[in-house]
Design a protein around this ligand. Structure first.
Ligand code: ADP
Length: 160
């Protein structure tokens, strides 16, 4: 059984993340989604809210997905969960430099865990959780960026 691990903050999950999950599920039999819980990072949504949103957004494929949380090194989780690969998404060129550094750091930490990258659909290549929060703050149209129930949750956060 091929097992992958997709780490991220998912604050909140967007169509970009969903696109990467769907691509990864064509290769992996099981995908762990690792939701980062970093006490030094301020998230808009709590850990539980982020997990709930992931479950709902991916309800059609939850039989192949398990959600875990982490405040530790991703490679350690991958090893412990039996994942051979860390799944990451690539958007525009700017992701490359960061992912390049992370992949090499992870390799130094544990050579047995490799990384695999999927390029998102072109229409999501400039989409990030950060940008949708900015748009939501000013009540912009988010319908092409995230599922309607997430747009609604964002609107509630910003009191629209
Ligand atoms: P972000 O706040 O940038 O969305 P995350 O930590 O939630 O960040 O991202 C987790 C992973 O998902 C990273 O590999 C990131 O590159 C990828 N990702 C996020 N948004 C997209 C997107 N629109 N298309 C492809 N990959 C994405």
């Amino acid at each position: 059984m091929k097992v992958g691990l997709y780490p991220g903050s998912f604050d909140p999950i967007t169509y970009g993340h969903i696109d990467i999950v769907k691509r990864a599920l064509k290769i992996f039999d099981k995908l762990y989604i690792l939701v980062s819980v970093n006490p030094h990072k301020t998230n808009l949504f709590s850990k539980d809210e982020r997990i709930e949103m992931i479950k709902r957004a991916l309800e059609g494929c939850m039989d192949k997905i398990e959600i875990e949380t982490s405040n530790d090194l991703t490679v350690k989780h991958a090893k412990a969960l039996g994942a051979t690969h860390i799944v990451r998404g690539l958007r525009a060129l700017t992701d490359f430099e960061y992912e390049f550094q992370m992949t090499h750091a992870n390799r130094v930490l544990d050579r047995s865990v490799d990384s695999i990258f999927f390029m998102t659909d072109n229409k999501y290549s400039f989409l990030s959780s950060t940008s949708i929060k900015e748009i939501a703050r000013f009540d912009g149209d988010l319908s092409t960026f995230a599922p309607p129930f997430i747009v609604e949750k964002l609107r509630n956060k910003f009191n629209y």
